[in-house]
Design a protein around this ligand. Structure first.
Ligand code: F6R
Length: 240
């Protein structure tokens, strides 16, 4: 695991965007795994800037998002579908047919999950996966549990996650379930870039880097990935 520490979230965002931009310059038809939440916003802002400056294009890029809430209308302001369009897709030249976001309202969630895993495989696998990390060490919505998950599945969110994310839900109540890529799907990515900022992430980062590899801290599995880089601000890295 490579660890890079930055002064603040803004400089970290520039560095993360550079990693993605380099990948797109190398291969315009790259397959990207994307995350939502507060952590990747500076990265997406910088990628939009680079696109507008003509430095990169998303024309042939294929994306797969980590997760999506269940039982939330697709156009709700808190759906990850809305988040990705507002924070990245609406501002670049990506083709909507190349965007893959799980349908949290699918009638048959098992079928939806299997089709998502099959689509990742058909696209040739994920070249770079962007990750945030939960205060409890979750990646995607893989919550602490007794075993590492494999492929995409439906998960019941933990109290820690409900508490961390419920501040965004002022209209509809926060869903208690989500569809998420499994830890196995995440580990299959050729490269992983995890972003963590702020003091609330410090313990999870400590456990991820210095603790044992355990499903009780899902991100700890990244110790076993051959090409994982953790981009941290000083506050998130404060216990290392
Ligand atoms: C989002 C996701 C989550 C978040 C994590 C951190 O797609 O999969 O694992 O990355 O909850 O969220 P923020 O960045 O809002 O602190």
């Amino acid at each position: 695991m490579e660890i890079r520490i930055f002064e603040d979230a803004a400089s970290l965002g520039l560095a993360a965007a550079d990693i993605f931009a380099e990948q797109l310059k190398k291969n315009g038809a790259s397959v990207l795994g994307l995350a939502t939440g507060a952590s990747p916003v500076p990265t997406y802002n910088r990628l939009i800037e680079m696109y507008k400056a003509g430095e990169i294009s998303f024309k042939d890029v294929v994306t797969f998002n980590l997760d999506e809430y269940c039982d939330l209308p697709k156009d709700d302001k808190n759906s990850y579908y809305t988040f990705m369009h507002e924070n990245l897709f609406n501002h670049v030249d990506i083709q909507e047919s190349n965007v893959h976001i799980l349908d949290g309202n699918a009638e048959d969630t098992e079928q939806e999950a299997a089709a998502f895993d099959a689509a990742i495989k058909a696209a040739g696998g994920i070249d770079i996966q962007l990750l945030g990390i939960g205060n409890n060490g979750h990646i995607g919505f893989n919550e602490p549990s007794n075993e590492f998950t494999t492929g995409t599945f439906k998960v019941k969110l933990t109290d820690s996650t409900l508490q961390a994310n419920s501040r965004y839900f002022d209209e509809n109540p926060m869903p208690h379930y989500a569809l998420t890529m499994g830890v196995g799907s995440i580990m299959d990515a050729k490269k992983i870039v995890l972003i963590a900022t702020g003091p609330a992430k410090a313990q999870a980062i400590f456990d991820t880097v210095k603790g044992e590899v355990t499903p009780l801290v899902p991100a700890s599995i990244l110790q076993k990935h051959p090409d994982a880089v953790l981009l941290l601000d000083k506050a998130a890295a404060s216990l290392l």
